[in-house]
Structures are given as C-alpha cells and as structure tokens.
Design a binder for this molecule. Structure first.
Ligand code: G6P
Length: 373
C-alpha cells in the first residue's frame, strides 16, 4: 500500500533512501570507548577465529558483489586470503575446506537455497560458518555457527539495494574485528577506519540530496539505449558488476559489467558510436595510480565515440574533460567508496525502469528470495 511505501512511489525508491540508515544501524554498538570492535553475538571461539587461515565468502546475486568488495578490504586488513564464490558453484566443485577455513555466507533473506546448501556443505567438512544476514531467525542464520546481522530493515523490492550497503558494512566490521584479533592493524588505525565507516551515511545522504536530477535526466536520455557496459577497477569492479545487475534486473536493458583493465582484452570490440559506458572512477587524491588507469580507459573508448557516464569524486577535473554525464561522489577513501558509488547506480536503474514503464518493485521472472535450487 501507499502507506507502507512511506510516501515513496515504490519500495525500491524508499529502500534506496534508506541506504544511509542501513549503514548507520549496522554500525551501532560495534565500537567501544576503548577503541575496540565488539561482536558479542559471534559465538565462535576467539582462538579459532585467530587461527583462521582462509576465508571463503559464499553468496548469490547482489550479496556476492558485497562479498567481492569485502575481499579487497579484508585481505588488506587481515592478511588472510579471501575467496568469493557463487554458492551454487562452490558446493559442486569439491572446495578445500579445513577447520581453519572461515566460510562467510552473505544473504539478505537468509533463505537462498544455494547459499544454505553451501554452508551446510562447509560445516560438514568441519569449517566454521559465519552468516551475514538481514533477516532474524532465517534458515541461513539458524544453521550457521554465528550470525552478524545487517540492520537494513525489511527489504521488499525484489532488486536488493539497502541490503547491499549494509552487507558491505557488516563484512568490513568483521574484517576489522579479525584484524584486531590477529593484530594485523594498529588499534588507532582500526578506530580511524571505523570512523571512516561512520562518516559514510552522511556522504550517501549527500548523493541522495544532490544527484537525483542529473541521474533522472540521464535516464530520460538513455532509456532507449540497447545495451550498457559498466567498468571499474579494484573495489569499483564489483560496484560495476552490481550497477550492471541492477539495470538488467529492473530495466531489462542488456548490460555487462567487467574489470576496466579487461577493456583491451575484448570488450573494447563492442564499443561503437554512442555506446553508453559507465565508469566507476577511483579517487584521484594521493597520486592514486588506479585513477590514471581508469582515465586512460575512458580516453580510449571516448575516442571510439562512446557515451561516457562517470561516477567520480567531486572536483575531478580529468573526468570532467571526457565524461558526458557525471554522478558525483563526495571525497572518501577508496575502500569506503563502494558504499556511495552504488547509490547513483541504484537510482539510475530505477529511473530507467520508470522511464520504460516497468514495475520497479516486481521485475518479471525474478523472485525476492530464491528458495529452490
Ligand atoms: C535474488 C534477489 C537478489 C538477491 C539474490 C540473493 O536473486 O532477486 O536481489 O541479491 O536473490 O538473495 P539473498 O537473500 O541470499 O541475499
């Protein structure tokens, strides 16, 4: 009903606007005054967590892209290899699981059958399973050794939005906690990073307050485009994948997301006059080498007539020179950028679907939670 949508046109619209709250609520109660992270409800023995020598994230869809983002942060902080695997691939390939493997099952609904079967398999092999889940008491939460709840609130629209930013937040908290246990990051640095996380809801809000008209205009202009490419590097790569998924899910536009570095290994062959390409541009500050690399990708496709849509940091003059449309992000560290960068892509997918007259909450052929294999 209209009341349930809280004044928004659709649940998706409402839920995108809850992105800041989803991050903020997931952070509540995690940092204590002495600068240490608390995961009190995670009842896995500290010694066992300290001994973890490999992490495998299992998930499907949007949750798997949250896992891909988390891999960059967790490996950087914890110095433990992180694999991210689609749950349905994982359990049919005889994965290497030991008691020192921590399997992290990410699921909004907590009922995705493939993810549930993957965690059962992991536990049978003697690995510990920690769930990152948005639904209290769901099957995935109940069957795991421990649960870290995301507090995004119920998500109704089929395409996942606020759950994604909450999943990244929860996985980052887990990463910082493991870094604290293993002593791989100094205490003040853990606190600094946590403060960076706490600053994100405000930055997401800035995007929601200032960018929608640009995004809507872009959707009006591009509604008839036949296909889109989404490119990013580092944490921008999973964000590109998620942006591509959102657009194909609800606007039924053919999309492909890939790592920007792969451009010359194939995708550039697709680039033709007017082809819309979305680039996730990393921050330019700190002489970030990745910024220059993404920029050269933009130059290459621009020279071939592509229509460039960029997600870039406020004040990025280089991007301004080449991009046809820019969705701006406020300044933030690279590892934090996915939490803001996905937001304009969620809005863009929604606006595209609206332009095309589709029901954004109930895309054809898709289910909110896939409880069959
Ligand atoms: C379905 C939904 C997606 C979701 C995926 C995983 O495909 O349409 O939005 O990302 O399932 O769902 P889960 O509940 O496990 O996060």
């Amino acid at each position: 009903s209209a009341a349930e949508k809280g004044g928004w046109d659709s649940f998706m619209d409402k839920e995108i606007h809850e992105d800041p709250a989803a991050v903020q609520r997931t952070l509540i109660g995690r940092m204590s005054d002495d600068g240490t992270i608390h995961l009190d409800e995670v009842h896995i023995d500290e010694h066992e967590l300290k001994a973890v020598d490999k992490i495998i994230v299992v998930a499907c869809g949007t949750a798997s892209y949250a896992g891909m983002v988390a891999k960059y942060a967790i490996e950087h902080w914890v110095r433990v290899p992180v694999e991210v695997e689609l749950a349905h691939e994982f359990r049919y390939r005889d994965p290497i699981l030991t008691p020192r493997t921590l399997v992290v099952a990410i699921s909004q609904s907590g009922e995705t059958m493939d993810t549930l079967m993957a965690l059962r398999h992991a536990r049978e092999q003697g690995s510990k399973v920690l769930a990152i889940c948005n639904t209290q008491g769901a099957s995935i939460a109940r069957e795991s050794d421990a649960v870290l709840y995301t507090h995004a609130g119920p998500e109704v629209a089929v395409a996942s939005t606020k759950a994604f930013v909450a999943q990244i937040t929860a996985a980052y908290i887990l990463g910082l906690y493991l870094a604290q246990l293993k002593g791989t990051v100094f205490r003040d640095e853990i606190r600094n990073t946590f403060d960076q996380l706490q600053a994100m809801p405000r930055k997401i809000q800035w995007v929601l307050d200032t960018q929608p008209s640009t995004i809507e205009q872009a959707a009006v202009q591009l509604a008839d485009a036949r296909s889109f490419l989404f490119l990013g590097r580092h944490v921008g790569y999973p964000v590109a994948m998620e942006g591509a998924l959102k657009l194909k899910e609800i606007a039924y536009t053919f999309t492909e997301g890939f790592a920007a570095g792969e451009l010359k290994h194939g995708p550039i062959a697709l680039v033709d006059e007017g082809e819309p390409i979305v680039f996730i541009v990393p921050p330019a500050r700190g002489r970030n080498v990745l910024h220059a690399k993404v920029l050269s990708g933009i130059e290459e496709v621009k020279a071939r007539g592509a229509y460039i849509i960029a997600v870039a940091e406020v004040g990025d003059k280089d991007v301004e020179r080449y991009a046809d449309v820019i969705f701006w992000r406020p300044e933030c560290p690279t590892l934090m950028s996915p939490l803001v960068d996905v937001v304009p892509l969620q809005l863009f997918a929604m606006d595209m679907a609206k332009q095309k007259g589709y029901d954004v909450d109930k895309p054809r052929n898709l289910a909110k939670s896939v409880t069959v294999e």
